[in-house]
Write a protein that binds this ligand. Structure first.
Ligand SMILES: *[C@@H]1O[C@H](CO)[C@@H](O)[C@H](O)[C@H]1NC(C)=O
Ligand SMILES: *[C@@H]1O[C@H](CO)[C@@H](O)[C@H](O)[C@H]1NC(C)=O
Ligand SMILES: *[C@@H]1O[C@H](CO)[C@@H](O)[C@H](O)[C@H]1NC(C)=O
Ligand SMILES: *[C@@H]1O[C@H](CO)[C@@H](O)[C@H](O)[C@H]1NC(C)=O
Ligand SMILES: *[C@@H]1O[C@H](CO)[C@@H](O)[C@H](O)[C@H]1NC(C)=O
Ligand SMILES: *[C@@H]1O[C@H](CO)[C@@H](O)[C@H](O)[C@H]1NC(C)=O
Ligand SMILES: *[C@@H]1O[C@H](CO)[C@@H](O)[C@H](O)[C@H]1NC(C)=O
Ligand SMILES: *[C@@H]1O[C@H](CO)[C@@H](O)[C@H](O)[C@H]1NC(C)=O
Length: 792
C-alpha cells in the first residue's frame, strides 16, 4: 500500500472520529478552523471578504479572556467558534526541525530532508541554491501541516550578524557580512513564503492554479510564514556572567545602521517577511521587545506587515532578568504597547488580565495585536476550510524526502565545503591510485551530529566513514577520542595503528553541539581537549601527509595545521547535513571541485582576549581594541573572510566599469549649494537623503573569469569596494556584490554585477546617517583595483 493511500485512509478515519461525540478532544492534530464540522457562517470563515474584515470580525466575537489566550504560542481551542488549538511555534532553519512544539515526527511523516547547517550553505554564495532550499523546506512543511504534523508559522531564518567567533549560534547564520546576510534573508523568506508558487502558480509541481489576490492593502497570500530573528543586536548566549537574558548590547548608531540592522531591513523590505522576532537582550538599555522606536520603524519605514513575536519568554525577561520594569504587568504592558503582538511562553497569559485591571493595558492594545496575528493566519489560508481543497492541499508525504530534495541537500554540502589548504595539490585523491584509507576522529562513525542545531529527523543520515567506504572499500576507522571534548588520549593507540597501515589518512576533528550551541558560547578558539594532539600524533606516523577535515560552525584556530607540512590539506565542512559525508567523499576523490568560500573571519586564539560583550565593530587603537570582521579587523587571521581554494586556479579581467559617476541630475536642487560645506576629514560627501533617482546611477561591472586548470569548477566572484581614504569609521573594504559562476577548464566565463552607488558605495557616519563620499572609490576584485570617481 502506498503511503499516500494509507494517508487517505487515516484522514478518512479521523474525519469520522471528528464528527463523533467529542469532536475537539479526539484528534488535536487534524483539526482546522472553518473546515466542516467547524465551518460557521461568521464572516471570518467567508473567503470572499477582505482579510482585514475577516480578522476584525473574529476579534469582535472573542471575549476578553479568549483574546488574552491568543497572546501565547500555544493557543487554546475555542469550541464555541469551532476554533481548534493552534501552535505558533514551528522551526525550519535548515529543514524541518524538532525544536518547536508545532512539529511532530510521529505521524505519517517520520522524517524530513535535513539540509546542511546555514553557515555551510552560506559558504556556497549561491542565491539560487539558498532559495531552492527554502522552497523545498516549504513544500515539506506544508505537507506536514496537511497531515497535522506542523503549523504554518515558522521561526527562521536567524539573520543576526556572526559578530564574535565564540558565539554558539553563529552556525545558524549566514556569517559576518551584512550584505551576504541580507541576501540570504531575502532568498530564504521569499522561497519559504512561497514566492515561486505565486509566480508560477504551482505549475512546476502540477498543483492548483494561480489564485487571484483578493486583497486590499497588499496583504498577499502566504504559503508559509517566515520570521526574521532575532531583532536586534543579539549574538551572545552565555559568556562569563552574561547571558542572553540579561545582556545589554551597547551599540553605536553607526554600527546599528551599517551592521546590525541591514539584514532585518532587507528581510522585511525585499523579503516581505510576515514575522519579526524581538530578542532577549537589551539594546542600549532597552529590552528588544520594548524597543518601541525600532519596532515602529520596521512597520513605518520598512513597510513590515506581519506579526511580532517575542523570543521565548522574552517578555518575562524584561522584568525578571533585565529588571527594566517594576512588575510583570508593566513588562506585558510595555511589550504590547511597543508593538510586540504575541509572547512565546505563558507570561502574557498569566499577567495580561491583571495588567488590564491595573489600567496598564487597554483592550484595544490586544485588539491591535490580534489584528496582526489573525491577518497572518488568514493570509496563510488557515481559516479557508479544508486544507486538502486549498492550493497546497495535494502536498503530502510523497513530497517529503523526495530524491529531488535529498539531491538538493547534497548539492548544498558540495557547494559549501571550503578547501582551506592544499599543499602540492595533494587533493583530490586518485580513485584508482589509492589502495587504502584510514579515517580517524570522534565524528567519523556518527550520524547524530552532522546537522548542527535546529535539526529534525533526517531522511537517511549516513556517517562520514560509510560514505568514504562507498569510494574505497578498504577504509578502516578509529575514533581516536571518545567524543569531541576529547579529554583523554586513551584512543590514540588504536588510531595510530590504523594510520600506520593505510596509504592515505583522513582525520576529522573540530566542533559539535557539545562545544557550541544555543545557550553556550565557547571560551577558546582552539580545538577541544586533546584533539590537536591527536592530529599531530597521527601526522607523525603516516606514510604521506594527512588530510584534515574540520567540522563545526564557529571558526577554529588551526594555525598549527596550516603550517605543518605533514598536514597536506584542510577542508571545512561545517555541519554538512544528511548527505554531508557523500559530498565530502566526492570532494576528496575529485568528483566535485570545491568552490566554497568562508563567510566569516577565522581569528587566532589571541582574539579571545577581547570581551565577547564588546559590540563595537570598529577598531579603537586607543584601547587596543582590534575591531571585528573583515570590514574592520586588521589583525592577524588564521583564514580571512572569503578564503577558499579550488582544484583549479582562476584569474580575472575587469571588462567594463565606469571611471566617473556624475551626481548632477541626482541631487535635489536645494542641496547643491550645501555640498561644499559637508566636509569630513577633508573629503566631500553628500547626505543620502539629498540624492534622488538613485536608479539612474546604477552600473554593471563586467567581469571575465578564467579557469586556468584542468578541472571544471563552480567559482565565487566577490566584488568589494573601498571609499576614498581616509574616512573615519569607514570599513577597510565592503563586499558589494557576489556571484557563483560555472566555469570550464581553460576557458573564460563572463558575469556582471550590478552596483547601486546609493546602496553600495555609501557609508554610515557616526550619527547613523548614510552619506556618499565624493571622490575616488575603489572597486576591488581579488588583486585587481579600479577607480570610480564620484563627482557632482
Ligand atoms: C460572504 O461574503 C460575501 C460578500 O460580502 C456575501 O455576498 C456572501 O453572502 C457571504 N457568504 C456567506 C456564506 O455568508
Ligand atoms: C498548551 O496549552 C494547553 C492548555 O491550554 C495545555 O494542556 C498543553 O499542555 C499546552 N502545550 C504545551 C506544549 O505547552
Ligand atoms: C505525537 O507526539 C505528540 C507530541 O509529542 C503527542 O502529543 C501525540 O500524542 C503523539 N501522537 C502519536 C500518534 O503518538
Ligand atoms: C533583577 O531582579 C531580580 C529579582 O526579580 C533580582 O534577583 C536581580 O538581582 C535583579 N538584577 C539586577 C541586575 O538588578
Ligand atoms: C560504526 O558504528 C556502528 C555502531 O553504531 C558499528 O556497528 C560499526 O562497526 C562502526 N563502523 C566502523 C567502521 O567502525
Ligand atoms: C572526560 O569526560 C567524561 C565524559 O565526557 C567524564 O566522565 C570524565 O570524567 C572526563 N575526564 C576528565 C579527566 O575530565
Ligand atoms: C594556483 O596558482 C598558484 C600560484 O601561481 C600555484 O602555486 C598553485 O599551485 C596553483 N594551484 C592550482 C590548483 O593550480
Ligand atoms: C547554484 O545552485 C543551483 C541549485 O543547486 C545549481 O543548479 C547551480 O549550478 C549553482 N550554480 C553554480 C555556479 O554552482
Amino acid at each position: 500500500m502506498s503511503t499516500h493511500w494509507r494517508f487517505l485512509i487515516i484522514l478518512h478515519l479521523l474525519r469520522f472520529s471528528l464528527s463523533s461525540s467529542h469532536p475537539i478532544k479526539s484528534n488535536p492534530y487534524l483539526q482546522f478552523p472553518c473546515k466542516p464540522p467547524h465551518y460557521n457562517s461568521y464572516p471570518f470563515c467567508n473567503t470572499s471578504l477582505p482579510i482585514k474584515t475577516r480578522a476584525q470580525s473574529l476579534i469582535s466575537l472573542l471575549t476578553l479572556e479568549e483574546k488574552i489566550q491568543q497572546l501565547s504560542n500555544n493557543v487554546t481551542q475555542i469550541p464555541r467558534l469551532g476554533l481548534p488549538a493552534y501552535e505558533w511555534w514551528s522551526e525550519s532553519l535548515h529543514g524541518i526541525a524538532t525544536d518547536g512544539p508545532g512539529i511532530t515526527f510521529n505521524g505519517t511523516i517520520q522524517s524530513a530532508t535535513s539540509f546542511p547547517q546555514v553557515i555551510l550553505t552560506a559558504a556556497s554564495f549561491n542565491r539560487t541554491l539558498w532559495k531552492s532550499i527554502a522552497s523545498a523546506t516549504a513544500i515539506e512543511a506544508r505537507a506536514m501541516y496537511n497531515v497535522g504534523q506542523a503549523g504554518l508559522t515558522f521561526w527562521a531564518p536567524n539573520i543576526n550578524i556572526f559578530r564574535d567567533p565564540r558565539w554558539g549560534r553563529g552556525q545558524e547564520t549566514p556569517g559576518e557580512d551584512p550584505m551576504v546576510v541580507s541576501a540570504y534573508a531575502i532568498e530564504y523568506v521569499t522561497g519559504f513564503q512561497g514566492e515561486n508558487w505565486r509566480a508560477d502558480g504551482g505549475v512546476q509541481y502540477g498543483f492548483g492554479e494561480k489564485r487571484a489576490l483578493r486583497d486590499d492593502g497588499g496583504s498577499d497570500e502566504l504559503m508559509l510564514s517566515a520570521c526574521c530573528k532575532h531583532f536586534t543586536a543579539y549574538d551572545l548566549e552565555k559568556w562569563r556572567d552574561f547571558t542572553r537574558y540579561n545582556f545589554n548590547a551597547v551599540v553605536t548608531k553607526q554600527d546599528l545602521e551599517d551592521t546590525y540592522q541591514p539584514p532585518f531591513k532587507s528581510c522585511i523590505q525585499q523579503g516581505k517577511a510576515s514575522c519579526l522576532m524581538c530578542s532577549y537582550n537589551s539594546v542600549n538599555g532597552i529590552p528588544a521587545c520594548a524597543q518601541k522606536d525600532l519596532l515602529h520603524k520596521a512597520r513605518k519605514d520598512w513597510g513590515f506587515k506581519g506579526y511580532i513575536t517575542s523570543d521565548c519568554d522574552a517578555v518575562a525577561t524584561i522584568f525578571e532578568y533585565q529588571n527594566y520594569t517594576k512588575s510583570a504587568e508593566d513588562a506585558v504592558a510595555i511589550a504590547l504597547k511597543s508593538g510586540t503582538d504575541i509572547n512565546c511562553g505563558t507570561y502574557m497569559l498569566r499577567h495580561t488580565q491583571s495588567a488590564i485591571e491595573q489600567g496598564k493595558v487597554q483592550e484595544n492594545d490586544i485588539d491591535r495585536a490580534l489584528l496582526n496575528l489573525f491577518s497572518v493566519l488568514l493570509r496563510l489560508g488557515y481559516f479557508d476550510g479544508d486544507p486538502a481543497k486549498g492550493k497546497f492541499g495535494k502536498l503530502g508525504p510523497q513530497d517529503v524526502c523526495t530524491s529531488e530534495h535529498k539531491k538538493l541537500a547534497l548539492e548544498a554540502a558540495r557547494q559549501g565545503i571550503v578547501l582551506l589548504k592544499n599543499d602540492k595539490k595533494f587533493l583530490p585523491l586518485n580513485k584508482n591510485g589509492v589502495s587504502s584509507l584510514a579515517v580517524i576522529g570522534p565524528m567519523v562513525n556518527d550520524t547524530s551530529q552532522l546537522g548542527g542545531d535546529y535539526t529534525g529527523v533526517p531522511c537517511n543520515q549516513k556517517s562520514i566513514v560509510q560514505e568514504l567506504q562507498e569510494y574505497m572499500q578498504k577504509t578502516s576507522c578509529a575514533i581516536g577520542c571518545p567524543d569531541i571534548a576529547c579529554n583523554t588520549s586513551n584512543g590514540f593507540m588504536e588510531a595510530l595503528s590504523i594510520a600506520e597501515e593505510a596509504e592515505v589518512v583522513i582525520v576529522v576533528a573540530g566542533l559539535d553541539l557539545s562545544q557550541e550551541r544555543e545557550d553556550q558560547d565557547r571560551y577558546s578558539l582552539l580545538l577541544p581537549g586533546y584533539q590537536m594532539s591527536l592530529i599531530t600524533t597521527v601526522a607523525a606516523v603516516t606514510k604521506k601527509p594527512l588530510v584534515l577535515v574540520l567540522t563545526g560552525g564557529g571558526p577554529i584556530d588551526v594555525s598549527f595545521a596550516e603550517v605543518d607540512p605533514q598536514i597536506a590539506s584542510i577542508l571545512w565542512i561545517g555541519y554538512p547535513g544528511e548527505t554531508g559525508g557523500k559530498a565530502l567523499s566526492e570532494v576528496i576523490f575529485g568528483d566535485y571541485n570545491p568552490g566554497g568560500r568562508l563567510p566569516m573571519t577565522w581569528y587566532p586564539e589571541s582574539f579571545t582576549h577581547i570581551p565577547m560583550t564588546d559590540m563595537n565593530m570598529r577598531a579603537d587603537p586607543s584601547r587596543g581594541y582590534p575591531g571585528r570582521t573583515y570590514r574592520f579587523y586588521a589583525g592577524k587571521r588564521v583564514y580571512g573572510f572569503g578564503h577558499g581554494l579550488s582544484y583549479t586556479n582562476y584569474t580575472y579581467k575587469l571588462l567594463q566599469a565606469p571611471n566617473k559617476l556624475s551626481l548632477l541630475g541626482s541631487i535635489k536642487p536645494k542641496s547643491k549649494k550645501n555640498i561644499l560645506h559637508q566636509k569630513a576629514d577633508g573629503v566631500d560627501y553628500i547626505h543620502m537623503n539629498e540624492v534622488e533617482n538613485c536608479d539612474l546611477l546604477r552600473f554593471y561591472v563586467q567581469i571575465s573569469v578564467m579557469n586556468k586548470g584542468d578541472m571544471d569548477g563552480s567559482h565565487i566572484v566577490m566584488l568589494f569596494s573601498r571609499v576614498p581614504h581616509f574616512f573615519k569609521g569607514a570599513p577597510e573594504k565592503q563586499l558589494i556584490g557576489f556571484d557563483r559562476v560555472q566555469t570550464v577548464s581553460y576557458q573564460s566565463t563572463e558575469t556582471s554585477i550590478l552596483v547601486d552607488p546609493c546602496e553600495h558605495l555609501s557609508i554610515a557616519n557616526e550619527h547613523g546617517t548614510r552619506i556618499l563620499p565624493l571622490g575616488d572609490h575603489t572597486l576591488i576584485l581579488a588583486d585587481l583595483e579600479h577607480t570610480v570617481t564620484i563627482e557632482t
